[in-house]
Write a protein that binds this ligand. Structure first.
Ligand code: DGJ
Length: 543
């Protein structure tokens, strides 16, 4: 588990530690990101790739506010902090810290260094233009790739120095306040169009034996040797695995050095390979060497200073989202979704992600800069783009601390409407929730009158529900465009809804009831509509 704290203390004690540094903790198989000493749900907003300048922030804060985000993810570019080698400029970081505090949000900083979406585009000119000192990867014919080699010693030294300077500055500027709660090291690493570096140094390393740490984490192929060269052990996967090892080793050095001066939790993000097609060796179909699900073990083996390997969700299909969440949520890897597309179709997945025990989730491109990353995300760049996500975050925001605590205790569940609109069942302790979609709030789907005219949302896939089982017979539900029926796992005929209250938890965790749902509002299950809201529900069984 590397550098993780195993959690044994009592939550109320740690909640007192208001100035404790951010920390990732693991308890009974569940992860929590502790901020100011208590679990915290990141309701994030990731800004555009060029919004890392003071002037650009003016278009960020209004969107962050509209979104009800509590955390903003912002790039810090190597070219920006070290335009001249050895001369650092942290003025943007200082502005960002000041304005984030004024806006009462936390920050996740994204280190755009050697690799940003695999490319060196964010490195300073003195790196970009000096291939002798900062070599690019070579192909089999010895031709330069666009991508910097992970085996470039001087590149590593220079990146590590810049990142460590950033961490050292953060320690001075933020070591008390902890506005920054998480660091992303590099961005969507890997290489497109080449499976690995074929330069002489890389080739020599490729022909050496697979390091013992890798072997201990990543099993040899069934047809491979138990140890030996990469090819002997990993066959047709050898090139991809080797490249993953090379990049992970590089990132480990950067992260380790940064954490030595200021120990914040750190993660890396991933441009996914197809999560549902059968696993096969790289065939120019994803960025090789990045932390795709099949090489998480290699990253864990060589990069213990990286706490989390996180998926960026830009595949809108529900079966793919489900597969990805399963692939990245592991006993040795906390689920954290630092990017999800900002098209409306993704909004429902916030329930699934937040209900799955994730540390949080962050739609990408949440600022009012006039740039749309359609077809990956939305066509819109204004409040209409933010609104579908804002509605969900608004429901979670007041109770984000409780939600994080329930997640850390393993009490939360989440579903998003599948592309097939099929019913879903959530199994809990003693109870199950049946979740259905695409119907009117009154009556049953199969009533002739109801099936004759379906509600407009039936043709869409906007439904989602997150449920926390906060006590044996008590539940907190948040949802939209879905109907939930709670049923006992045993003695279902004697189970009864005792109360369903609409309301909100305040910042101190006290429940503020706004109304009790009864009569029509409960006779047909608990119906969530276009306006996400929070219900606190008690169930019981009569004898
Ligand atoms: C994923 C990257 O991590 C982001 O920085 C951004 O480039 C999006 N893709 C595309 O908008």
């Amino acid at each position: 588990m590397g550098r993780l704290a195993l959690f044994t203390g009592c939550l109320t004690q740690v909640a007192m530690a208001a100035s404790a540094p951010p920390q990732l903790r693991l308890q009974d198989g569940h992860y929590g990101l502790f901020v100011d000493g208590a679990p915290f749900t990141i309701l994030g907003a990731q800004v555009h790739n060029s919004s890392n300048y003071p002037e650009a922030l003016k278009k960020v804060w209004p969107a962050v506010k509209d979104l009800h985000a509590n955390t903003v993810e912002v790039p810090v570019a190597w070219e920006q902090i070290e335009p001249v080698e050895g001369k650092f400029d942290f003025s943007f970081v200082d502005t960002l810290l000041r304005e984030a505090r004024q806006n009462k949000v936390h920050l996740v900083l994204l280190w755009f260094g050697t690799w940003k979406n695999t490319s060196p585009q964010y490195t300073p000119a003195w790196v970009k233009l000096n291939n002798q000192r900062f070599p690019r990867m070579l192909d089999k014919e010895g031709k330069n790739s666009y991508c910097l080699s992970p085996l470039g010693e001087q590149t590593l030294q220079a990146d590590r120095k810049a990142f460590t300077a950033l961490m050292s500055h953060l320690k001075k500027a933020d070591g008390e306040q902890h506005t920054v709660i998480l660091m992303q090291v590099e961005n969507e690493v890997g290489t497109f169009g080449a499976v690995r570096d074929f330069g002489p140094k890389a080739q020599a390393a490729f022909e050496r034996d697979v390091p013992a740490a890798v072997l201990a984490h990543k099993k040899p192929l069934a047809t491979g040797a138990a140890k030996g060269s990469w090819r002997a052990v990993y066959g047709d996967y050898a090139d991809e695995y080797f490249h993953a090892w090379a990049i992970a080793s590089y990132i480990e050095e950067v992260a380790k050095s940064g954490r030595a001066v200021y120990d914040l939790p750190m993660y890396i993000n991933n441009a996914l390979r197809d999560p549902t097609e059968p696993l096969a060796p790289w065939k120019n179909n994803f960025s090789a060497g990045g932390p795709t699900y099949d090489v998480i073990d290699i990253y864990k083996a060589v990069a213990p200073h990286i706490d989390i390997v996180a998926p960026d969700l830009y595949m809108a299909e529900s079966d793919k989202i489900k597969a990805v969440l399963g692939q990245f949520q592991r006993p040795d890897n906390a689920l954290w979704v630092p990017e999800v597309g900002n098209a409306e179709v993704y909004a429902r997945y916030l329930y699934q992600v937040l209900g799955s025990g994730s540390l949080g989730v962050s739609p990408f491109g949440m600022d009012y800069f006039d740039y749309a990353n359609f077809p990956l995300g939305a066509k819109l760049t204004d409040q209409r783009m933010v609104a579908p996500f804002a509605r969900v975050f608004a429901a979670f925001a007041p109770m984000q601390r409780q939600w994080a605590r329930w997640a850390f205790e393993g009490r939360t569940h989440g579903v998003a409407e599948g592309d097939d609109h099929a019913d879903q069942t959530v199994l809990m302790k003693g109870w199950k929730a049946k979740v259905t979609f695409g119907q009117w709030s009154f009556g049953e789907k199969d009533w002739p009158s109801n099936s004759k005219e379906l509600p407009p949302h039936a043709a869409r896939t906007d439904g989602g529900v997150a449920i926390a089982q906060i006590a044996d017979d008590e539940f907190v539900l948040v949802g939209q465009f879905a109907r939930v029926r709670l049923e006992a796992l045993e003695g279902g005929d004697r189970a009864q809804l005792i109360s369903a209250e609409e309301g909100q938890f305040d910042q101190n965790g006290h429940w503020l009831m706004e109304r009790r749902w009864n009569g029509d509002q409960v006779d047909w299950g608990l119906n969530f509509t276009a306006h996400p809201l929070v219900l606190k529900v008690k169930m019981g069984s009569y004898r």
